[in-house]
Design a protein. Sequence first.
Length: 367
Amino acid sequence: MINHRGPEFAALLDDITAGLRWALRTDNDVLIFPASGTGGLEAAVVNTCSPGERALFCTVGSFGDRWAAVGEAYGVDVVRLAMPPGEAVDPEDVERILAENPDITSVFITHNETSTGVTNDIRALAAVVKSRGKLLCVDSVSGAGCIPLETDAWGIDIAVTGSQKGWMAPPGVAMVAVSSAAYERSQTARCPRFYFDFAREKKYQDKKQTFTTPAVAVLYAMQEGLAIMREEGLEAVWARHARVGRMVRAGVEAVGLKLLAAEGHRSDTVTAVHSPADSPEALKELLTVLRTQYGLVLAGGQDSLTGKIFRIGHLGMIDDADVYTILCTLEQGLVDVGLRSRVGLAAAAAQSASRAREAEPEPAQVR
Ligand SMILES: Cc1ncc(COP(=O)(O)O)c(C=O)c1O
């Protein structure tokens, strides 16, 4: 390991934070903490809220629920906007809740909900939150660096992400982009905190150090991941994820499987699929065959979705060839466990989806 209070570390930190600003599209500080993504979620809460203070937590799945639970653990007066599995947050609901609860000071929203494969329209949601002058915190653990996230242009005060997702590095570093309004809020926020205190961390990171011992080895991996991303170009990274997402969805649907996420909100980094099996045990058998016979690891569902869905992760270092492998293997596994009788449908659908472009989204309405 290098001396983390010496010049090599200063250069490493400088390079990484410049890369993160580039990837998160922000001129704000991006603080790094030795922690998993959940540490970043906790940092956002404890630096912006006080016990008893009302805050809105919009949740579309397990990770949104987790963020609200962090708020509750610190005594925040949590107002929950919870959507059924597969649905996204509707900006009109946020608008209504903020109108009904003028004492809400901050809004917490998941960008890309990994447990359901839903991507929220952060641009539209941010427009509502910012028009009411609230602080906006976004969990983009599994979105940032893969799908568009315009931290400054959309007015995001705190954006959280984690090294093990789109950054193509091992787990162990949480990254938190912090606006000047969020720093200002942290001066009056009274939630107890020590490890994740923004003010102290900023003081150190301004000196090109970190308060505690940093996760040096993970940071080297992140530096390489960012270099790979810079070589490809950010828009190209986004376009590749959009293409891969389209291919996975087309392939899965061609086999007659049903997607969990509502149309228009389907994630380009993770696809959640309704179980084709008639029992949780039969789904488990499929996932076990895929893992043990073919080395394909697909995730099951979490919490209330356990035994009901499976999930395909497709973020970071992934390209068309990986998608074909995943889809063909999935089809073969379905045949092996008797849930399908033939293979060969998914790859063809994925191939045409790789060339097709999904309809461009409607331009945002001017409010
Ligand atoms: C959207 C989202 N938020 C938060 C987390 C929590 O991150 P970690 O498991 O690194 O603590 C995850 C992890 O997968 C996630 O996908």
